[in-house]
Design a protein around this ligand. Structure first.
Ligand SMILES: [Zn+2]
Length: 198
C-alpha cells in the first residue's frame, strides 16, 4: 500500500507572493483534509510536502508546481505547451514530450493583484488549496492517458470540479471528493510525474 504524497514544489518568492511559511503550512493541512476521505485503492494514507528530493518521487505521488505566474510555466518551459494553452490560476496537462504529468498553479493569480476571478482575498490558504485541489483533479481524472473521467469542469454538484472561478470561501463538496476517490481508485499503477524542474 502506498502513501499518497502530495508534493508541492516551491518555485516562488514568499515575499513577492505574500505566501509565507505559515500560509504554506495551513494550505498543506487543508489539502490533507480534502484528500483523507478520498483514500482508496492502492493508497493507505496521505501526506504532504513542501519540496522533496526529485529522486524520491514515485508514480503514485502527485506533484504540483507552485509558481508566481504564467511567465514561470513549467508546461511552457519543459512540457511543449504554448502560453495560449494555460489556464487562469493553474494548468495541468499530460506532456507528450516528457511522457509525464505537469501540474502547476500561479500564486499571483489567486493571492495578489485583487483579481476576483482568483478569489484574491484574505484567506490565502483556502484560495491556494482550492486551486491546487482543482488542478490535482485534472491530474487524476481527465488529463492523463487512460483518464477515468471526461471533464473535471462538469462534475454534477462539483464545487471545485467546475469551470467557474474558484474562491477562498468554497469548500470541496462530497461530489468533488467522490470524483477524486474515483481517480485514486483508477490509479492502479500510478502515473509518471514530471520532476525535471524540482
Ligand atoms: Zn480546470
Amino acid at each position: 500500500m502506498a502513501v499518497l504524497n502530495l508534493i508541492l514544489v516551491r518555485k516562488f518568492s514568499a515575499e513577492r507572493t505574500l505566501f509565507n511559511e505559515s500560509w504554506q503550512g495551513t494550505t498543506g493541512m487543508i489539502l490533507m483534509d480534502y484528500f483523507k476521505p478520498c483514500i482508496t485503492g492502492s493508497y493507505s494514507s496521505v501526506d504532504y510536502w513542501w519540496d522533496r528530493n526529485a529522486s524520491s518521487v514515485t508514480d503514485f505521488d502527485l506533484v504540483c508546481y507552485c509558481l508566481e505566474d504564467q511567465g514561470d510555466s513549467i508546461l511552457v518551459k519543459h512540457g511543449g505547451a504554448s502560453k495560449a494553452d494555460l489556464g487562469f490560476g493553474g494548468s495541468t496537462q499530460w506532456s507528450k514530450t516528457q511522457q509525464a504529468m505537469i501540474c502547476e498553479v500561479y500564486l499571483t493569480d489567486v493571492i495578489r493583484g485583487g483579481d476576483p476571478r482568483g478569489g484574491a482575498d484574505g484567506a490565502r490558504d483556502w484560495a491556494v488549496a482550492n486551486i491546487i485541489f482543482h488542478e490535482l483533479m485534472h491530474s487524476c481524472l481527465d488529463a492523463g492517458p487512460g483518464a477515468p473521467l471526461r471533464n473535471v469542469h462538469k462534475i454534477p454538484n462539483g464545487v471545485l470540479g467546475t469551470d467557474k472561478p474558484l474562491n477562498s470561501s468554497m469548500r470541496a463538496s462530497d461530489a468533488d471528493k467522490a470524483a477524486m476517490r474515483q481517480g485514486l481508485a483508477a490509479r492502479k499503477s500510478g502515473l509518471k510525474q514530471f520532476t525535471g524542474a524540482m
